[in-house]
Design a protein around this ligand. Structure first.
Ligand SMILES: NC(=O)c1ccc[n+]([C@@H]2O[C@H](COP(=O)([O-])OP(=O)(O)OC[C@H]3O[C@@H](n4cnc5c(N)ncnc54)[C@H](OP(=O)(O)O)[C@@H]3O)[C@@H](O)[C@H]2O)c1
Length: 337
């Protein structure tokens, strides 16, 4: 086993969006294993917009300390262990960071359950990771979407949005996506079965939504915030629900977009509610069971973009904020055993 641990360390906090100047690629020593600790060789790294928030400030989780490896959710293999629950050879997922090796005490680490038809197991970073879980609990618990309802999702070709829309199609809702570019829109309609999709870069979102749903929208799954959210507030129906998943359009600014139209929530007796997927940690098993059944039946599909090489981590992360990503981005940094 290599004694070297290459890592991307956070050296400054992004002021707006992330840039390569915020990190440094270094070889750092491997810490000693404590009692109950184990060493993970990282194999796949997930990229999630919320990592930008972790770099900037305390949120629902403590910020990343300056000088520490960038925090990320990974899948890896246990290669040394003083912990009876995590044995050498086990495949595990946890917040292991942009580095070759990580030490863990087992907090928030889960075993990856192998699914032969979905091998290799990077689905643990996408459909069975925070993106699939967010889509599932956002739709089921916060949106409580019902058959026949009019459902809209932004960042519709993204990791969370694409799954949320497909779950709503299974429920029997009428599903419209909002995405950046014709290619993404065609994919969600032709490959995922959405009823329609609006390209916010070339179309007037407000006008198109009024044409598609002249009677308004029952549920909006918001991944972007900003102007689109403010506009959809004016179209929300009586007893409508807005699921606040994320606000990526504002992640680069110091101030959030000021909402002018929230008063429609009062007149329409509508609800707008946020959530953080880890609130549902105890219920992940329920979502896993359902999502697994749907994906093995071919009722849910997901696109992945696989990259190789730890040195590429910053470039791949930046794709999330330019829309260059198309599908869940996974970085493989060593061979899968
Ligand atoms: N609440 C939770 O617990 C939770 C958990 C996971 C994720 N989330 C949130 O869910 C959202 C989607 O995350 P994801 O992992 O599925 O990422 P993703 O949608 O796969 O990728 C990010 C996408 O955001 C869009 N985007 C980037 N900058 C934008 C801007 N300025 N305005 C509008 N759209 C922009 C781009 O899509 P287009 O090319 O279509 O513009 C980009 O592809 C994020 O807001 C994230 O923070 C929340």
């Amino acid at each position: 086993m290599s004694e070297e641990n290459r890592a991307w360390l956070l050296i400054s906090r992004p002021e707006s969006y992330f840039s390569k100047d915020n990190v440094k690629f270094e070889t750092i020593p491997l810490p000693e294993l404590s009692k109950g600790g184990f060493l993970v060789r990282n194999i796949w790294i997930s990229f999630d917009p919320t990592q930008l928030n972790w770099m900037k400030r305390d949120t629902y989780i403590e910020k990343i300390e300056i000088g520490d490896p960038v925090r990320s959710i990974n899948v890896g293999q246990v290669v040394k262990s003083n912990n009876s629950k995590f044995k050498v050879g086990d495949i595990v997922t946890g917040m292991f960071g942009w580095q070759d090796y990580s030490i863990s005490d087992g907090s928030y680490v889960d075993h990856v359950i192998p699914i032969p038809s979905l091998n290799p197991p990077w689905y643990s970073l996408s459909l069975f990771g925070i993106t699939g879980m967010s889509a599932y609990f956002g739709v089921k618990d916060i949106g409580r979407v019902k058959e026949g309802e009019r459902f809209v999702v932004s960042s519709a070709a993204g990791s969370v949005g694409s799954i949320a829309g497909q779950i709503c199609k299974i429920i029997g809702a009428r599903v419209v996506g909002i995405a950046g570019g014709q290619e993404k829109c065609k994919w969600v309609i032709n490959e995922l079965g959405f009823d329609d999709c609006i390209d916010y870069q070339s179309e007037n979102v407000s006008q198109r939504l009024s044409e598609i749903f002249p009677e308004g929208i029952d549920v909006y799954f918001d991944n972007v915030g900003g102007e689109i959210l403010d506009n959809i507030l004016t179209k929300i129906r009586m007893k409508g629900r807005i699921i606040l998943s994320g606000a990526i359009s504002s992640y680069g600014s110091q101030n959030f977009y000021p909402l002018r139209n929230y008063r429609f929530l009062t007149t329409r007796r509508a609800r707008m509610e946020g959530f953080i997927v880890t609130d549902y940690y105890e219920r992940f098993g329920e979502a896993y069971k359902q999502l697994r059944a749907w994906v093995t039946d071919g009722r849910i599909r997901q696109k992945e973009q696989l990259f190789r090489g730890l040195e590429r981590a910053p470039d791949i992360f930046m794709n999330l904020f330019t829309g260059k990503n198309f599908g869940k981005q996974i970085l493989q940094i060593t061979d899968y055993p």
